[in-house]
Design a protein around this ligand. Sequence first.
Ligand SMILES: [Zn+2]
Length: 239
Amino acid sequence: MQKLLSTLLLLLIIVNCYAQEEVPFQIDVTELDKGLLLYHSYGDYNGNKVSANGMVVVTKDSVVIIDSPWDNEQTVQLLDWIETEISKPIAAVVITHAHSDRIGGISVLHERNIKTVSSQLTKVYALKRGFEAPTKVFHKEITLNFGDHSIRVFYPGAGHTVDNTIVYISPYDVLYGGCFIKSSSSTNLGNTEDADLDSWGKSIENMQKHFPSPKIVVPGHGNYDPGAVENTIELLGYK
Ligand SMILES: [Zn+2]
C-alpha cells in the first residue's frame, strides 16, 4: 500500500510538472491608432487565464512601452516583436503599479539596459514584493516628451492599489487607466487585495479633473469600449 501511494505521488508530481511546462503564454499586438499599439499578455490568476492590456507607443526615433508583460517569457516575446516589426530602440518602459501584470518582466528589461519609470510609491512596493526597483522615479507626475509624442504619467491617488498611476498619451487623446479603471463590461472590481476602496472614487475625480474627456480610455484588462470610467464608478457603488 505504502509503495502504491508513493508511486501515485510520484506520478502526480510528474503530471504536474508537465502541466506547468505546457505551452507558454503568447503575447498578441493590435493597432489602436497609427503608432499606438495595444498588446495583451497573459497570466494565471486563480487557475484562470487572464489577459492584461499594455501599450506600445512608436515615436519618431524610439519606442515607449506602457507596462511590462506579465512574466519574463512574454517580455522577451514583446521585445523580440518590437525589434523585428519596429526596429527602433526602446526609450523607456513605464510601470503603472507593482503587481505582476505590470512589472512581471522588469528583470529582463534591466538585463537589456532598458530604462524603467515608475512613481516613488511603486518603487517602494516593487521592492517589498521582491521585484527589481524601476530605474527612474517621480513623485506625482512626469511627462516624457519624444518629438510629437508626449506621455504623461500621473498619480491620481489610491484605488486598485495605493501606488496605481495612469498615463495620458498625446497626440492620440488616449488615457491608459491601467488597473485603476475597469472595462465597461467588467462585472466586478477584480483583484482588490491591495485596493483602497474608500479612496478610489475620490482618486477617479482627480483623474477626471486632470484629464477631463479623453477620446479613448484603456483599462488594465478587457476591451476599451466607452463607459469604462462610468462602470468603474458604478462597481465601486457610487453611481
Ligand atoms: Zn494590479
